[in-house]
Ligand binder design. Structure first.
Ligand SMILES: [Zn+2]
Length: 253
């Protein structure tokens, strides 16, 4: 993923880009302006604009609530309250909005060669609820993707250089994920650094995504976030960017 000085509305992952049935992007702050929380109109406009720019027919998104619900969608618009969406509908983009939270984009194929896609909005609360592992599980079972076909990408988000949390976050992670999650926390004065990238990478691996099929932009929105909004950095002024993915129109008709 590149973020040079030219304002580009999108950035893309090299390996996901190689899948010719799939389109994906991470919008930048120079691209469509996804709304802040509670601004559905702005989100609807940005969603429509993004679909048009990527030559897709529409975009579905969700009211993200930091939970672990993943919905299957087949039409544009608000899908409901969820922190992940999955689809196999050609021409439909699904969009996860963020300002620091990792958006995990995933593409996969079925034995017949048709494609499926999904995303997870892996905030710390959703991460400790195993949302990424649940996303992969749904793609493998309900959507019938094969494990070896899965390709995942972790969008720019709060990195292990900066993402400080309180003890209560670590306590909740240990309670929900077990002692395996100790490795994701590093002490920083009286607080902790939570490595969301490693936590979600482990969920991807454990759910069956081959290690070499996980891309991580390794762009921290807090300290290297020129092109991407950051809640920690800009606070109330932060807009939202989106990680979007879909099956191209005309595929698997
Ligand atoms: Zn950082």
């Amino acid at each position: 993923m590149s973020t040079d000085n030219t304002p580009d509305p999108f950035s893309q992952f090299p390996k996901l880009s190689q899948r010719n049935q799939i389109t994906h992007a991470v919008t930048t702050r120079f691209g469509p302006a996804f709304g802040k929380v509670g601004t559905d109109q702005a989100t609807a406009e940005a969603a429509a604009q993004t679909a048009e720019l990527l030559q897709m027919q529409g975009t579905a998104w969700a009211h993200q609530v930091h939970g672990d619900t993943i919905l299957r969608v087949n039409k544009p618009g608000i899908a409901g309250q969820a922190d992940g969406l999955i689809t196999d509908t050609p021409g439909l983009l699904i969009a996860g909005r963020s300002a620091d939270c990792p958006i995990i984009l995933v593409a996969g194929s079925r034995p017949d060669g048709s494609s499926v896609v999904g995303f997870a909005h892996a905030s710390w609360r959703s991460t400790v609820r195993n949302i990424t592992r649940k996303l992969i599980h749904r793609l493998l079972t309900e959507m019938e993707a094969t494990p070896e076909s899965l390709q995942a990408a972790i969008a720019p988000s709060a990195g292990p250089c900066c993402y400080e949390v309180g003890t209560e976050v670590r306590d909740e992670a240990l309670e929900k994920l077990g002692t395996v999650s100790e490795q994701f926390f590093t002490r920083h004065n009286d607080r902790w650094i939570f490595d969301l990238w490693s936590a979600n990478t482990l969920q991807l691996h454990e759910a069956g995504v081959p290690a070499q099929q996980v891309e991580n932009s390794r762009i921290c929105t807090i300290c290297q976030g020129g092109a991407f909004w950051s809640w920690r950095e800009q606070g109330e002024q932060a807009g939202r960017f989106a990680g979007v993915i879909g099956v191209k129109p005309g595929e698997q008709a």
